[in-house]
Design a protein around this ligand. Structure first.
Ligand code: PGA
Length: 241
């Protein structure tokens, strides 16, 4: 894996956006895997600027998001559907029908997972997967003790994730306890991975991901086996390396 340590969040975001832009220039009809959370917000802002400056064209791009909470309607402002539209899609020229996000409010979640996985395969798999990382080492919502062979599936959120994500809700009790997540197997099949990490709170997870042993307790550690992975780490998140 390639490790890039940046001085600050802005530099991390710019470098990540440049990688995404270059992917789109090389393959205008590429398939991007996208992440939510605080970390990629700066990258999305940079990509929006690049789009406004006509440096990048999303007209033929397809996107698949990594995860979605269960039982939240798409109109709910805490849903990742809302997040993606609000923070990215409505500001660029990606076609709505080419943006895929699991439907966490689906009646049959298992069928939704199988269908999502089929849609990824039908589009030829993911060219470039952007990832954040949880302080517990999760990627997507693949929580510690994950089965590395999992494809898109229903997950039970870890206590630490519920605690961390409660900052977006009015109380911890409102945080959904389950979600749909693209699995590690699907993530690992992506042709390129770019993982972003910012802040000291991620330092332990980054250390274990980069230097620790590959184990299901640290889901991101599997990235050590990916042939084309880049980690862009802001210096506080890299402080234990
Ligand atoms: P964050 O979340 O970007 O909000 O820190 C990352 C994650 O949990 O994957």
């Amino acid at each position: 894996m390639r490790i890039i340590i940046t001085d600050n969040y802005e530099e991390m975001s710019k470098k990540a956006a440049a990688i995404v832009r270059n992917q789109i220039i090389l393959k205008p009809d590429c398939v991007l895997g996208l992440a939510t959370g605080d970390t990629p917000i700066g990258m999305y802002k940079e990509l929006i600027k690049m789009h406004e400056n006509k440096e990048v064209d999303f007209a033929d791009v397809t996107t698949f998001n990594l995860d979605e909470y269960c039982k939240l309607n798409r109109e709910n402002i805490q849903s990742y559907y809302y997040y993606m539209n609000h923070n990215f899609f409505k500001h660029i020229n990606v076609k709505k029908e080419n943006t895929y996000i699991p439907n966490g409010a689906a009646k049959d979640i298992d069928e939704e997972c199988r269908n999502y996985e089929r849609q990824i395969k039908n589009k030829g798999g993911i060219d470039l997967q952007v990832l954040g990382i949880g302080a517990n080492g999760h990627i997507g919502f693949n929580e510690p003790n994950i089965n590395f062979e999992a494809e898109t599936h229903l997950v039970k959120l870890d206590k630490m994730t519920i605690e961390a994500n409660s900052r977006f809700f009015s109380s911890k009790d409102e945080v959904p306890t389950t979600a749909i997540s693209v699995g590690i197997e699907t993530i690992m099949k992506s042709r390129m991975l770019v993982l972003l990490a910012n802040g000291e709170i991620k330092a332990d997870a980054i250390y274990k991901t980069v230097k620790g042993k590959i184990c299901p307790e640290v889901p991101a550690s599997i990235i050590q086996l990916h042939p084309n992975a880049t980690m862009i780490i802001e210096k506080n998140a890299a402080k234990l390396l």
